[in-house]
Design a protein around this ligand. Sequence first.
Ligand code: PGA
Length: 260
Amino acid sequence: MTERPVVIAGNWKMYKTIEEAQVFIEKLKPAVAKADCGVYLAVPFTAIKPAADKAAGTNIVVGAQNMNDAREGAFTGEIAGIMLVEAGAKFVILGHSERRRIFGETNELINKKIKRAIKEGLQPLVCIGETAKERDAGHAEQKLEEQITQTFAEISPEDMQKCLLAYEPVWAIGTGKASTPENAQQMHTLCRELIGRLWNEEIAAKIGILYGGSVTPRNAPEFIEQPDIDGVLVGGASLTPETFSEIVNYQTIKKVKEVT
Ligand code: PGA
């Protein structure tokens, strides 16, 4: 039997000052203290250290939302993985659709960032997902295959096991129009099949795949109950401790998914 951890991750995007982040963590701490799942928060760079300090000794894991693929160097305005680690980040979101769409990040660049993150000891949380246009044209599956093949190119099975994936259909992000649990389950199964083919069945069974896109306390349970959905990546609803903790504390969340 294989077990997969359940992770509920918040992505604050470009919201919250240091002070706001600290107040948030103080409120979240008691609210999720009994949570039986991973509680991840991807915060703005300036808030990483203060948030990680506040979260020390709790079950809240602080991470970043992006990083550069180089160890260090003359890259004005960029941030290195070693700096994130020093500040207290344990994971980093890579390849979010906003990074791909607004900042032109390609699968090739995201691939380099994944390799760098692993080298520096950060867990990559890698986002993939099709646009509305691609879905309407019947290319959603093909798009996922392309993204998985290219973003994880030359990643060893051992390193693949360190990654988390998030299936986030672009049309569902920030729109209030979440995917259906059935469609998400289907896409997650596809990801797993692909990973089984490209790496091996064991990794496919073990890798955590989260769903993201307009997740709320209301719809989160039906996503998490799907057999191949191992948690959720939450944007808007992660901005208040009340809504985020409600998702975390959804009563049937188990620490692990048991897969036979
Ligand atoms: P949303 O964002 O929950 O606000 O749709 C999700 C994300 O961008 O990860």
